[in-house]
Design a protein around this ligand. Structure first.
Ligand code: ATP
Ligand code: MG
Length: 584
């Protein structure tokens, strides 16, 4: 192993002592029951996310503390204290309660990242209804699919989105009782209502009724990277995981300002863009606008962000722009950067070291796991390219599935297999909505099978290989796209790479790479040949791409994941399948 390429940490030199100092110790002494001691519980009985995230703080010492700093698209800035959030979310809870929304009924969000979105999410949970977030950029078809698929009873949206995307499909969702317009002055009719008006009339007092920790809280659709998005069921108890990962992985300290750049349409934007920071009573930053390097660095600087949670796609964008932030911005408050959603190429980790003087910490999880499962920790050595090690309380393994339905744990370091988790962590999904069969099939011989392939090294670090669907079989070799993509990214011209297996009569499949270039580079035959040679040198002839095609932008999901299945379908002239999450 090339230990020279590891990033060692100097904990003594860190401005704040990390919460996790000794990984093995933290795992050994861990108990999920103890995590429960950080919560109040409801006086009426049970556990409710919104109580623990908002009311618990509003009723105590953090009442006047800023819970939310909001940056509007047009330059506005607003802040809300925990006390204010309590009253606003109570009002929202009363709005839906008074209109007859019940426990378990689904209320959807189709909204830009405005404060009302965050208020509604917590209000819905207080009423014990279920919150289901959608990307505001979705078109009418994906919205309809999901409203129908999740039996929507309510929808919170804006006048513009309603007119453009919802009005035309609403008849096809007969169960939808009410639509709340965030920015409408007056009610339109019996069904389409003005939220400000209802909020004005609603009481600030609300008592959360008994909530079973196992009650459904969120319905989240997966990113649709590998196929049709699945509706994933989560419960209130998931906050145990959010609390623990907030503590150990995001290293939340009481005075922290935290920014998660993910949209709540994607699970990262709810679990960590809303819930985890508020469970810890810290200040959460939200930006309504889309990616913009200057804007982002200004926010990091001006809000004195301490912990930043972002995604590989954003990091690669910054790399592509060739920015040098420390020359222009004071980012001295930033002490931790975490990233999730896709494999984080080693180049991206090193980019952080060079340009931000901080490494980027990769972590792994899925909509199904509800929270971070495998991570790199602030105090621990980073092995760039590795997702890190399982969080305390979670057992992960590489398993081999056998024909007889059993699964064998692979103990041999470096051997690839299915990345699997031992069921039982609190934020584990409790089902795929209306697809019990698929849910059952995710569990094999006592393991949850993630659908990702990985290997484990001798020290227990997990390394992502690829999604099971994306693995390439070429001349007897199994090739994971991540390895090839990461190697190509080491070339100075390459901004992003997406690698697929292209059917070939001799090799079975050949490795083909789609490549987008950094600023200042133009596609040319010469560069194509250079990249092929570069790949061979890095990877060897067997694994290196045989074909390279330049693209301005690779197709991605709204959550920023490269859609290799689309690259493949396009290459083969096949139907594109579900493209509802494609970023257009
Ligand atoms: P779908 O299930 O609809 O195909 P999806 O799997 O992309 O979409 P998500 O639940 O948002 O939907 O994403 C989880 C997946 O993202 C993981 O299974 C993994 O493939 C990928 N992923 C997340 N984090 C990482 C990471 N740190 N390294 C590698 N892959 C990651
Ligand atoms: Mg998935």
């Amino acid at each position: 192993m090339d230990t020279k390429r590891w990033i060692e940490k100097d904990v003594a030199a860190m401005p704040v002592k990390p919460n996790l100092l000794d990984y093995e110790e933290a795992r050994k002494n861990f108990s999920w029951e103890e995590v429960g001691q950080h919560f109040d519980g409801l006086s009426s009985g049970g556990l409710n996310i919104a109580h623990e995230a908002i009311d618990r703080h509003a009723n105590g010492a953090l009442r006047e503390k800023t819970a939310l700093i909001w940056h509007g698209k047009s330059g506005e800035r607003k802040t809300f204290t925990y006390g204010e959030m309590k009253h606003l979310t109570n009002k929202f809870a009363n709005v839906v309660k008074d209109l007859g929304f019940e426990k378990g009924e689904r209320i959807y969000m189709l909204s830009p990242r405005v404060p009302e979105l965050y208020i509604a999410v917590m209000g819905i949970l207080k009423n014990r209804s279920v919150m289901c977030p959608l990307f505001a950029q979705f078109g009418p078809e994906p919205i309809l699919q999901r409203l129908q698929g999740g039996d929507a009873k309510g929808l919170v949206t804006t006048e513009r989105l309603y007119g453009k995307k919802v009005a035309g499909i609403v008849d096809q969702v007969p169960g939808l009782k009410y639509i709340f317009l965030i920015d409408a002055k007056d009610h339109r009719d019996e069904k389409v209502l003005s939220l400000p008006k209802l909020m004005e009339e609603a009481s600030e007092e609300f008592t959360i009724e008994p909530t079973d920790p196992e009650d459904m809280s969120l319905l989240h659709f997966t990113s649709g990277t590998t196929g049709k998005p699945k509706g994933v069921i989560h419960v209130h108890k998931a906050i145990y995981t959010h609390w623990v990962t907030g503590y150990y992985v995001l290293d939340f300290h009481p005075d922290d300002v935290f920014w998660c750049t993910a949209d709540p349409g994607w699970v990262t934007g709810t679990s960590y863009g809303i819930i985890a920071p508020w469970l810890h009573g810290i200040t959460n930053v939200v930006d309504e606008a889309e990616f913009d390097a200057k804007r982002w660095f200004s926010i990091l600087q001006d809000e004195k962000v301490n912990v930043w949670y972002t995604a590989p796609t954003a990091v690669r964008r910054l790399m592509r722009l060739d920015v040098d932030p420390l020359k222009e911005y004071d980012l001295s408050n930033l002490r931790l950067i975490q990233s999730v959603g896709e494999p984080l190429n080693p180049e991206a980790v090193w980019w952080g070291m060079e340009k931000l003087k901080l490494p980027i910490h990769d972590n792994w999880w899925q909509t199904e796991t509800g929270g971070i499962m495998i991570a790199n920790y602030l105090s621990q050595t980073i092995r760039p390219g590795s997702m890190g090690r399982p969080i305390p309380g979670v057992e992960a393994a590489i398993v081999q599935r056998n024909e007889d339905g059993s699964a064998t744990v692979i103990t041999e370091p470096g051997k690839e297999g299915d990345l699997a988790l031992k069921p039982g962590w609190p934020s584990m999904f409790r089902g795929y909505l209306h697809n019990e069969e698929k849910y059952k099939n995710s569990f094999v011989d006592g393991w949850y099978i993630s659908g990702d392939l990985a290997y484990r090294d001798e020290d227990g670090y997990f390394w992502f290989v690829g999604r099971a669907d994306d693995i390439i079989k070429t001349s007897g070799h199994m090739v994971g796209p991540f390895e090839v993509e990461s190697a190509l990214m080491e070339h100075p011209a390459v901004a992003e790479a997406g690698v697929i297996g292209k059917p070939d009569p001799v090799a079975g499949q050949i490795v083909k790479a789609f490549v987008s270039l950094k600023k200042g580079y133009e596609p040319s035959e010469e560069l194509r040949r250079e990249l092929i040679a570069f790949g061979r040198k890095k990877l060897g002839v067997a694994i290196a791409p045989k074909e390279i095609e330049f693209m301005d932008e690779l197709p991605k999901t709204r959550s920023g994941k490269i859609m290799r299945r689309l690259l493949k379908a396009q290459e083969l002239g096949l139907p594109l399948g579900d493209t509802s999450t494609l970023e257009k």
